[in-house]
Design a protein around this ligand. Structure first.
Ligand SMILES: [Zn+2]
Length: 60
């Protein structure tokens, strides 16, 4: 029986990969790699497009 996932519109800007971690190549004084996390500006890191109607429900 195939799993039925509810249809959620995937963000067309990032194609469902909203968060990208970029390694800068430098290391912090702690010895860890310094990375930059970039979120998709279209969906703000959610990976899905949200209907603008949802905003009207906030604060009700
Ligand atoms: Zn996106």
């Amino acid at each position: 029986m195939p799993q039925h996932t509810p249809p959620r519109p995937i963000c067309g800007h990032c194609d469902g990969f909203p968060t990208v971690t970029i390694t800068t190549g430098t290391r912090t004084p702690d010895g860890q790699r310094q990375t930059i996390t970039a979120h998709c500006p279209a969906c703000h890191g959610t990976g899905h497009t949200t209907p603008t109607r949802a905003h009207t429900r906030i604060g009700a």
